[in-house]
Design a protein around this ligand. Sequence first.
Ligand code: DGL
Length: 277
Amino acid sequence: MSSIGVFDSGVGGLTVAREIIRQLPDENIIYFGDTARVPYGIKSPQTVIRFSIENILFLLKHDVKLICVACNTASSFALPVIRNHFRVPIIGVITPGAREAVYASQNKRIGVIGTKGTIKSRTYENEIKQLDPKVKVTAVACPLFVPFVEEGWLAGEVVESVAKKYLQPLRDAKVDTVILGCTHYPLLKPLIQQVLGKQVVLIDSAKQVAFEIKKILGSEDLLNRGKSGKPACRSGRPVCPAGRHKFFVSDNPEWFSSLAQRFMGIKLKNVKKAQNV
Ligand code: DGL
């Protein structure tokens, strides 16, 4: 039975995989985390494009019917270039997040935070402007957020003062909506919300991406016909057995497994090192 392929530069894409599992409980996931070459956020567009093509070729060996580029940096740099070169639909996180933000914003001032690469690419900005040219976008790179999340520093004095510094331009611009344009940032949501104030809407593209995948697979009659009929999630935590899904990395499966609990809410025991990626 065909699966949904998901790739990311590393462990962060599990936030997207989790949401796909929640919304599509009858689907199987093949996840690839490029842990040997993470982070993508500081690499050149050419390098991120090359890595992304290699990741897609790996997933295609596993009979996938759709590929989700969970990484914002890869979605920004690679997706526009490679999207039409493969036989399966490839969906990224930028368009769904931008669409949701334009829909949510009342004052037409939207903030975007992401890696240096994502912000430099201006992909979110262009996408938002295409949807509504009147929107004013303020985009800020927050490179230290990724290591903070991987170290489990989700709150406390240090991360709070960094967040205040990074997010000040968004406060100055009086944005009412902010796109969390990086796989890791949903884990910092409480802190970001506290710094920006509760009136600001935070957009986590994972939910929208999963919804979009459901729509595409439905319209192409590619959805698995499961018997479950039951939601795969109770009180926000996936209960779907991780064993049904497959997780590959290009390096250090143990490190990936140890972080998976934080990103996905479940323990992943069967993470395999991919060969020849
Ligand atoms: N997954 C990346 C993203 O969403 C963050 C980590 C990295 O820099 O590779 O942009």
